[in-house]
Design a protein around this ligand. Structure first.
Ligand code: PRP
Length: 178
């Protein structure tokens, strides 16, 4: 079966929502420094846009965990590929994710990072698929809730492709006349 990409969230929709989240984060955390902890690779465009739209002192760090390994199905376990560099103890940390799907990754990260004693820990995810949840996942800031469809773009990949798209798109079956 052939399939093509259909835009689900436009660049404008994404940028407007990211601005709202940036403002909300600063309001909620106050004037203290904020450490944005980007979950590689998918969250890097969201991190970059969010950071540029935030006021006050903002720091970045990166962590890489993987449960999907490039495929279209979760492997069901989380592996840490790269840990963060900063000592997060006493810091206001925001985990920046591109998507919360089953909830496995964010659940695992919250548990792990809580043991490292940040002053506060929040999760900001551009996308959330509530219908795909198999693990309870606390996500304070959600850009968009979407249905349980496979999406790419704005950091999200299909076997490493499409991460560069400035929008989020879903695969839909092409009709035979396409
Ligand atoms: C994706 C995404 C989240 C996770 C969400 O990462 O970036 O980290 O899966 O899925 P879950 O809620 O079912 O755990 P992936 O492992 O695909 O790595 P990538 O960001 O490098 O593509």
């Amino acid at each position: 079966m052939t399939e093509h990409l259909e835009i689900l969230l436009s660049e404008d929709q994404i940028q407007n929502r990211v601005s709202e989240i940036a403002t909300q984060l600063r309001q909620d955390i106050g004037d203290e420094p904020i450490l944005l902890l980007c979950v590689l690779k998918g969250a890097f465009p969201f991190l970059a846009d969010l950071a540029k739209k935030m006021t006050g002192e903002v720091l970045f760090d990166f962590i890489q965990v993987s449960s999907w390994e490039g495929g279209r199905e979760s492997k069901g376990s989380v592996r840490i590929k790269k840990d963060h560099d900063f000592d997060i103890k006493g810091m206001h940390v925001v985990i920046v994710e591109d998507i919360v799907d089953s909830g496995l990754t964010i659940n695992h990260l919250r548990e792990l990072l809580t043991t490292r004693q940040p002053a506060s820990l929040r999760v900001a995810s551009l996308l959330s698929k509530p219908d795909a949840r198999t693990h309870e996942a606390q996500v304070e800031y959600i850009g968009f809730e979407i249905s349980n469809v496979f999406v790419v773009g704005y950091g999200l990949d299909d076997d490493e492709r499409y991460r560069n798209l400035p929008y989020v798109a879903a695969f839909v079956p092409s009709s035979t006349s396409d």
